[in-house]
Design a protein around this ligand. Structure first.
Ligand code: ZN
Length: 430
């Protein structure tokens, strides 16, 4: 078993405590000990095989992205995702997975795949060690109602393959769809419970019947899987709470009643708003034909205003808000996801401490492993980042690849720190 001692680090352990000077011993894939102060001896008295002097760099848990779509291909349209042939598509997915790990996302939640098995095959390849990537919860395709978000069939081209969603009508078709994705190996089933402006279906619309939703949740739970929902409308958020859908995305239009329901059940749900999509589609997609005027006509500028107000209320109510959401479009490519933490601070007024806790400790819970993931704590899995800078003072350092000195997943360095003498000495520290 190889032991690694990271000494002389500024440790952010994600317990909620302020960072402190100390050292962390990793044995195998777990954190064996966390010690305040320094050991004073070259190997900390542990006899560690590898000793890394962090020279005061910021040591934090690896981050969790709560809403990824590895199969979105950094293009400007939904059609471009769907038209990618499966052979190219799976190669794309495994390349993107590495990009997440490079940028410090050691865990990702697959919010939905563009084709049935893309997420499953990617997850398996990572788990087998065939390709580098984060811990991954494999999503199903999105399941939508006939005419819903993800239904791209046309009257004269009624072919299911044209759509990135699985289209169902009625509880029995829902049952069959859920069972199919679980048969394929998905960890999480995704339901599109509200509209989405870019598809022409208003975000405030709530198309699925309670019978259909209850069937989906019952089937998934009976087979031990989790359900996630695209839920922008207020009613769709209420459906999530009523039906016990654990993962809720967006909630832009949640009204006071929906927020009361969420607050009363905040420990039963995981929530990620996906603010980046609203912000960048409204203000940074001009190059791709979506000027702010176009975005306003579509409804996004208005939705962003609503979402920001809703999120401020959620934050005040103590509802955990997680980073991540819908990166993988031309105007918000994969790998730039740490912008979400900046948006939390800038738009919601979240403290940098809470933003970091959202990405780490709450991420462990989102990954269904709160007892062993998301904190620097004895016995926890060794997913760690070494950062050049102080994210508590400037959260944007997490967006910069050159500031991410090291990435460790499961006790192994994906990116090894180049802590040659002097390079990260005091004189170099910004
Ligand atoms: Zn999404």
């Amino acid at each position: 078993m190889s032991d690694i001692l990271i000494t002389n680090a500024r440790i952010f352990d994600a317990s909620g405590a302020q960072p402190y000077q100390g050292e962390v011993l990793i044995q195998g894939n777990r954190i064996a000990s966390v010690r305040r102060g320094g050991s004073g001896s070259s190997n900390g008295g542990y006899g560690a095989q590898q000793v890394i002097d962090a020279a005061g760099a910021f040591l934090m848990p690896g981050m969790t992205e709560a809403h990824t779509h590895f199969s979105w291909n950094d293009q400007p349209s939904l059609a471009a995702i769907q038209m990618m042939p499966p052979e190219e598509h799976i190669l794309w997915c495994v390349r993107v997975a590495k990009r997440y790990l490079d940028m410090g996302w050691t865990s990702c939640v697959g919010a939905a795949a563009a084709k049935a098995r893309l997420d499953v095959v990617t997850r398996n390849a990572i788990q087998n060690g065939d390709f580098p990537g984060p811990r991954y919860i494999a999503g199903s395709q999105e399941i939508c109602h006939l005419g819903g978000l993800g239904d791209q069939t046309l009257p004269h081209l009624p072919f299911e393959e044209l759509s990135f969603a699985k289209i169902v009508s009625g509880p029995e078709e829902m049952r069959a769809a859920v069972r199919m994705y679980i048969k394929y190996g998905c960890d999480q089933v995704k339901l599109n419970l509200s509209g989405e402006y870019i598809t022409g279906l208003p975000a405030e619309m709530t198309p699925f019947s309670d019978e259909e939703i209850s069937m989906a949740v019952r089937e998934a739970k009976r087979l031990g899987k989790r359900v996630a929902a695209h839920a922008r409308s207020s009613e769709s958020v209420k459906q999530c709470v009523r039906h016990g859908i654990e993962v809720i995305y967006h909630a832009s239009f949640a009204d006071e009643e929906a927020l009361d329901m969420l607050e009363a059940n905040k420990h039963k749900h995981h929530f990620a708003p996906g603010l980046a999509w609203l912000i960048n589609t409204s203000y940074n997609a001009k190059e791709y034909g979506i000027t702010t005027e176009v975005a306003a006509q579509m409804g996004y500028v208005n939705e962003l205003e609503h979402a920001v107000e809703t999120l401020k209320k959620m934050y005040r109510r103590g509802i955990p808000i997680l980073p991540g959401g819908d990166y993988g479009f031309a105007w918000m490519p994969h790998g730039t996801n740490a912008r979400d933490l900046e948006y939390f601070v800038k738009y919601i007024g979240m403290s940098t401490m809470d933003a970091l806790l959202a990405a780490t400790r709450h991420g462990g819970a989102m990954m269904m492993r709160p007892h062993e993931l998301g904190q620097i704590k004895e016995g926890f899995l060794a997913d760690l980042l070494l950062i050049d800078g102080d994210p508590l003072a400037d959260i944007t350092v997490l967006q910069r690849a050159d500031r991410i000195l090291a990435v460790m997943k499961d006790g192994r360095f994906h990116k090894e720190p180049q802590v040659a003498e002097g390079r990260y000495g005091k004189g170099d520290r910004r």
